[in-house]
Design a protein around this ligand. Sequence first.
Ligand SMILES: Nc1ncnc2c1ncn2[C@@H]1O[C@H](COP(=O)(O)OP(=O)(O)OP(=O)(O)O)[C@@H](O)[C@H]1O
Length: 298
Amino acid sequence: MKIIECAGLTKIYGRKKALDQMTFSIEENKITGLIGRNGAGKTTLLKILAGFMKETSGEIKVFSERPFNSLNVSANSVFVDDQMAFPQAIPLGEILEVARDFYPNWDHSFALRLFDYFSFDPKDYHKRLSKGKTSTFNMIIGLASHAPLTLFDEPTTGMDASVRKDFYRVLLKDYIAYPRTMILSSHHLDEMEDLLEDVLLIKNGKKHMHMPISDLKEWAIGIKGPATVVLDLINGRDVIYKNEIGIKTLYAVVKNDLSQSVLNQVQVAGLEISSVRSSDLCVYLNNDTKGGIDDVFN
Ligand SMILES: Nc1ncnc2c1ncn2[C@@H]1O[C@H](COP(=O)(O)OP(=O)(O)OP(=O)(O)O)[C@@H](O)[C@H]1O
C-alpha cells in the first residue's frame, strides 16, 4: 500500500523554487533515505509531507489525504528535526508524559529506557540541552511515538560518533519490532546506508533518482587505467565522475550498462573495473561538476 503519493509537487518561496515537479510514491513500512545537498529541498519536502506547510502546486497524498491541516496526518505522523519546539517551562520528564498523551502509539517504557541510557535528567529543560543532546532527546520522541509515518530531518545533527551509532542501531531494532514508514534525510549515505531499503535523491528541488538501495549499489561502475585508454572508452557515455590520479591515470564512473564486447575490450586493455559505493555515487550524482572540488583548480 502506498503511504505517500506525490505528482508534480512544487513549492515556491517568493522567487525560489524549492521543489520542482516532484513525482514519486512511497510504500508502507519502508525506510527511505532522502539524500541531497544543502538547499536541495529536503526539509521543504518533509514539512509538506508532515502537513506543516502548504504545497504551491501539484498533488500530494499522505494516508490518501492532502496533509496540510489534516488531523489524520498529524495524528499518525511525527516530524523530528533540531528545531522541534517543546514548551519551555516544562522539564524533560514531563515532556515525556505530555508525549504519552499526545501520540496514540507512544511506548513509554521504551522512552524511559532510552532517557536513562542517554543519561538525561528529568528535571532538566529542553532549551538548556547541548546541540547533540537536543538531537538525542528529539530522537527519543521520534522513536517512542511509533508513528506510522516517522520523518527524521538530519536526525544526527551534533551527535557524537558513538551516539550516532547507537541511534542507527536502536532505530533499526525498533523498526524491526514495529515496522512503519520512515524517511530519514541526510546529506550523505555513509552511516545509514545499511538501514535503508530505498533512496530518494533530490537535486535542486527535483527528483534525481528513487530506487532500492540494492539497485543503487549496482547502478554504476568505476573504470581505472591509463588516461588515454579510459577516455577513449568513456567517449560518448554519460560520465558521472572523473578523477585524474597522478599524471597519466584516470578513474571514471559510468552507468553500469557496458555491453559484453566493451567489457572484453576493458579486459584486454588491462583496465581496472570496480563497484562504486552507493554513498560515493550519491556524492558524484549530487555534484554539479564531474570532477568535484578539483574542478576549481582547472
Ligand atoms: N522560508 C523560506 N523562504 C525562502 N526560501 C526558502 C525558505 N525555506 C527554504 N528556502 C529555500 O528553499 C531551498 C530548499 O531549502 P530546504 O531547507 O528545503 O533545503 P534542504 O535540502 O533541507 O537544505 P539543508 O540540507 O541545508 O538543510 C533553499 O534554496 C532555501 O534557501
